[in-house]
Design a protein around this ligand. Structure first.
Ligand code: FAD
Ligand code: SF4
Ligand code: SF4
Length: 471
């Protein structure tokens, strides 16, 4: 009988004190030996609960069996049947809430490290495979994809493989969506994303950057230009703010802006012409993955103190446990059950030209306690009277959520959105209220995950194919 207590193989990482000051990848990946050992922990369960936990239903026991046999390329092909971005998902998927949460091994011990094995297989393939994608025969139909994040890239790839001539329109100057501008290099090396984009280009997908749909050209004009269907995968990049005094001071960023400057524009490099504030003490407001990324980036940019200011307790913190642990190991301080009420700015009335005028010099907060559970079962934070205190910071990064940008909706005839700005679609197909227009990913759901966005792109590609073929 299998030893159910056998622990999972640890992931080697850079030393916390070293990695807190560089942008290289934190997790170093399994060696072949570690991958083989981890694969032996899989029980090859007949009912495959782990597969049900994966939003794209990767045949997990089958690929792990191939790893155990040392057939890494075959393992890759099994994963690739369901996921076009395994090197990405193996790194950033919230596995502990998906495939690994359902793993039988997790009942009495630790779940099989499915994500780590997926990452190993994808990296092995990228390092060893000499395969070139087969150029599909063109079917003469044209589809436009708006946005080059995981939903758009997946939809474009699946349609290109069926012979469609696909053009991806991306507002930024680089393709990849959040994978490039949001998630930092130390969690997801950009070379991995670039490789996926190069594969798409090799399949014949045309990627046009610096094109803002709704400004440069509208969705309706794309149809006039001869596109037969449009997929909208424009994400949820519009940041929210708290609405407290001081949010327009110098030194206050949205997490998206801060991370874009660092990840996409490489503002931390001497040769970059994009500035970024080299702050001494930084407060990041929020507790999700984005907040962890912003805090860890601020550390790497040289901050002496970085605080996560979150209004609930550690238990409610929505970020992945692994990211929270990494942030703590690196020295990020967690100020839990605290809520900002005001950001304080410097003012020198005697010298209006003093460059420090309008810069952040602190943040007022209130201590909180948890009250009664709300309608979603989460205990609501309640302010403790007279518990004000001032945090000594010179930079504040707001990371309290994002929503879909209303630009496309406001420039597209007949496209309906819900009260949160998400495009309304049929769940199975991604079909919107406008004929020939499909949507998926964060533009529909609001901020979610890479694998869900990818799954939505896949479903929409299938539906677009059926729509065009039946027209
Ligand atoms: P996006 O990735 O947002 O891509 C949308 C693209 O559309 C962008 O490139 C944008 O520039 C472009 N666009 C927008 N409007 C237009 C327009 N009008 N015209 C042309 N192009 C346009 N998920 C995880 O699973 N694990 C994680 O660890 C994780 N960490 C995250 C960390 C950060 C900092 C952030 C911001 C998100 C994180 N997420 C994570 C969430 C995940 O990245 C998103 O759910 C996913 O990228 C959504 O994919 P998408 O294709 O819908 O949109
Ligand atoms: Fe697990 Fe994500 Fe891989 Fe699915 S794609 S098997 S959820 S790591
Ligand atoms: Fe293997 Fe766990 Fe899936 Fe069972 S549930 S097949 S042990 S990964």
């Amino acid at each position: 009988m299998a030893d159910m207590k056998m622990p999972r193989n640890p992931m080697p990482t850079q030393e916390p004190s070293v990695r807190a000051r560089n942008f290289r990848e934190v997790a170093l990946g399994y060696t072949e030996e570690a991958a083989l050992m981890e694969a032996t922990r899989c029980l090859n369960c007949k009912n495959m609960p782990c597969v049900e936990g994966c939003p794209v239903n990767i045949r997990i026991p089958a690929f792990i069996e191939k790893v155990r046999e040392g057939e890494f390329e075959e393992a890759y092909h099994i994963i690739h049947e369901s996921s076009s971005l395994p090197a990405v998902c193996g790194r950033v998927c919230p596995q502990e809430n998906q495939c690994e949460k359902r793993c039988v091994r997790g009942i009495k011990g630790e779940a099989v490290a499915i994500g780590r094995l997926e990452r190993f297989v994808a990296d092995w393939h990228n390092a060893h495979s000499r395969e070139h994608p087969q150029i599909p025969e063109q079917n003469g139909h044209r589809v436009a994809v708006v946005g080059s994040g995981p939903s758009g890239l997946t939809c474009a790839g699946d349609l290109a493989k069926k012979g469609y001539k696909v053009t991806v329109f991306e507002a930024l100057h680089l393709a990849g969506g959040v994978l490039v501008y949001g998630i930092p290099e130390f969690r997801l090396p950009k070379a991995i994303v670039q490789k996926e984009i190069d594969t798409l280009k090799a399949l014949g997908v045309d990627i046009q950057t610096n094109v803002v749909i709704g400004k440069t050209i509208t969705v309706d004009e794309l149809f006039e230009d001869g596109y037969e269907a449009v997929f909208i995968g424009s994400g949820a990049g519009l940041p929210r703010f708290m609405g407290i005094p001081g949010e327009s001071l110098k030194g206050v960023y949205s997490a998206n802006e801060f991370l874009t400057r660092s990840n996409l524009m490489k503002a931390y490099r001497e040769d970059s012409d994009t500035p970024i504030m080299k702050a001494k003490n930084v407060a990041v407001v929020g507790g999700g993955n984005v907040a962890m990324d912003a805090a860890r980036t601020a550390l790497r940019l040289g901050a002496e103190k970085v605080y996560i200011v979150y209004r609930r307790s550690l238990e409610e913190l929505p970020a992945r446990r692994e990211e929270v642990e990494h942030a703590m190991e690196e020295g990020v301080e967690f100020l839990l059950l605290n809520n900002p009420t005001k950001i304080l700015g410097y003012s020198n009335p005697d010298d209006r030209r003093d460059p420090k005028n309008g810069c952040v010099i602190g943040m007022e907060c209130l201590k909180m306690e948890l009250g009664e559970p709300d309608e979603r079962g989460r205990r609501a934070p309640v302010a403790i009277p007279e518990s004000e205190f001032t945090l000594d910071v010179d930079c504040v990064i707001m990371s309290i959520g994002t929503s879909p940008n209303p630009l496309i909706k406001s420039t597209t005839e007949g496209l309906a959105v819900n009260e949160r700005g998400g495009i309304i679609v049929e769940e199975e197909t991604g079909k919107t209220t406008k004929d020939g227009v499909y949507a998926g990913g964060d533009a529909v759901t609001g901020a979610a995950t890479v694998i869900l966005a990818m799954g939505a792109g896949k479903h929409a590609a299938k539906a677009i194919d059926e729509y065009i073929m039946n027209k």
